[in-house]
Design a protein around this ligand. Structure first.
Ligand code: ADP
Length: 251
């Protein structure tokens, strides 16, 4: 059996905001093609960890390697697509069309103020097709539903042809039916396109049924491993300091 190469390494990472520790000694690695779910209570440091992996925050100690390079000096940032929190509510009053928003995601690959070539324009169309937003590409973003808006930001994250897709609470503000469709879509990106996916989510029941690896974060990594380990060992109680019942979705 061949093992996939590691694409993200988080090594002894600690982080404090103004001297207040938020993350302590975090260690894990992600292999290419893996599907990782990060769960944990509010304030547990999930968003902070994502921002460190993206190189937007510098760890107080430790380091993050992306494809073997320190993220702080990593040049090929377009290899990581990022969907921030609350995209379902984003851009409501922004006077831009779907296509214009998606194009902005290609800038890191093309270069700021550089002209789009044929291949860049094709990538914009392809990303809109994958995320199923082509039908309203000329609509203003503010005129779409929460679920549609969220898919526009997925297209924006995919348009740079990333190898890793990172999503922070992607289904907040999206109805249940759209949420289920959304996770099917993510599964296809992971299984069929081989994209490495990291998703922070509150939908623990869905996440543990979808992902290959769960990271439970509450300032430290409480557990990491396949979802069945997480359920078996009653980590949930340890993580949330209470009993939580899950509805496991089967597809
Ligand atoms: P999560 O995503 O798990 O809810 P966060 O990473 O957003 O957790 O926050 C972790 C902790 O860091 C929280 O206590 C939060 O209040 C604090 N925090 C987050 N952002 C900042 C900031 N910019 N300045 C100071 N403290 C922050």
């Amino acid at each position: 059996m061949t093992t996939s190469p590691v694409c993200i390494e988080v090594k002894n990472v600690s982080f404090s905001y103004n001297g207040l520790p938020v993350l302590t000694n975090i260690n894990f690695s992600v292999k290419e093609g893996e599907y990782v779910g990060i769960i944990g209570p509010n304030g547990g440091g999930k968003t902070t960890l994502l921002r460190i992996i993206l190189g937007l925050l510098k760890p107080t100690s430790g380091e993050v390697l992306i494809f073997g390079q320190n993220v702080q000096s990593f040049k090929d940032r377009f290899l990581i697509g990022y969907v921030p929190q609350r995209t379902a509510e984003a851009g409501l009053h922004f006077p831009a069309t779907v296509e214009e928003i998606v194009r902005t995601g290609r800038t890191a690959r093309v270069g700021l103020l550089k002209r789009f070539k044929k291949e860049d324009l094709a990538a914009v169309q392809r990303a809109m097709e994958i995320a199923d937003v082509t039908d309203y590409k000329n609509h203003l973003i503010g005129h779409l539903s929460g679920g549609q808006r969220q898919r526009v930001f997925i297209a924006r994250a995919l348009v740079g042809d990333p190898k890793i897709l990172i999503l922070d609470e992607p289904t907040t503000g999206v109805d249940i039916l759209s949420q289920e469709k959304f996770y099917t879509f993510l599964r296809n990106l992971n299984h069929q396109m081989g994209l490495t996916v990291i998703v922070v989510s509150h939908d623990i029941g869905i996440v543990i049924d979808e992902v290959s690896t769960v990271l439970c974060l509450n300032r430290t990594l409480v557990c990491q491993g396949p979802p069945n380990e997480f359920l078996k060992d009653e980590y949930v109680e340890k993580l949330y300091s209470k009993k939580v019942k899950f509805l496991i979705h089967k597809h």
